[in-house]
Design a protein. Structure first.
Length: 240
């Protein structure tokens, strides 16, 4: 095939020139297509993890509450009260008193039992010997700090005819007998007139302290500082 120029002259090797142009255009088209494909692949790789992360971290939609079932007549069923265990943990409302602790009441006596005797029952009670003679009355009871009656203080002076004398008779030497159908007691002892005469007289702490204080000598060497010394008379000034 021959191609002529504008002046009508033939162009040498015109076909080779055209083929060369077509081949270059084909190569450029292939390179362009390859570049576009590579760019599309790179974009897909870059954004794929982001899309996957957004899909995995999306929270599930909130669940809708179950529909309330209506009872016949269009009324709503009453609300269910919490279990008893939950109610027990709630503090009492303001202005209301908490229930009293009944376990503490077990430590206190509420009534006198048959095997218990009040000390007021002993004080003033007469004590009898084996001959059923009254040796005197109980004036006091000596009780240990850790509990238990240790002795009964009995005034035996009238029985012995020697005036007032208190003897602390050990309590285990006194027998207690309850009168039938009454709260009265009868106290008996094995003490005799001879043992009571020989027994030492009992004194309380107050009596011992009073005796010690009275036996201390009084220091009379000191004088009272409340007295006033008479003033020295003032001499008249000499006349000039």
């Amino acid at each position: 095939m021959s191609i002529t120029s504008a002046v009508g002259r033939p162009i040498p090797n015109a076909a080779g020139v055209i083929d060369n142009v077509n081949e270059r255009q084909s190569d450029m088209t292939k390179k362009l297509v390859s570049s576009v494909a590579a760019g599309a692949l790179l974009v897909g790789v870059t954004f794929a993890p982001t899309s996957f992360a957004q899909q995995t971290t999306t929270p599930p939609p909130p669940s809708e509450p179950a529909p309330t079932q209506m009872q016949p007549g269009g009324t709503t069923p009453p609300a269910t009260e919490p279990p008893a265990a939950d109610q027990a943990q709630k503090p009492p409302a303001a202005g209301t008193e908490a229930p009293a602790d009944t376990t503490a009441e077990a430590d206190y006596l509420t009534e006198q039992k048959d095997d218990q005797i009040a000390t007021s029952t002993y004080v003033g009670q007469s004590v009898y010997n084996a001959a059923d003679e009254s040796i005197g009355e109980i004036n006091d009871l000596i009780i240990k700090k850790d509990g238990g009656v240790e002795a009964a203080v009995i005034g035996v002076g009238g029985f012995l005819g020697i005036g007032e004398k208190n003897v602390a008779v050990p309590f285990d030497r006194i027998e207690i007998a309850e009168q039938a159908d009454t709260a009265a007691l009868k106290l008996t002892t094995t003490e005799t007139a001879d043992t009571l005469k020989a027994a030492p007289e009992f004194k309380t702490k107050a009596q011992l302290m009073a005796e010690r204080q009275s036996s201390q000598p009084v220091d009379t060497s000191t004088t009272s500082s409340t007295g006033t010394t008479p003033a020295t008379p003032t001499q008249p000034a000499p006349q000039q």
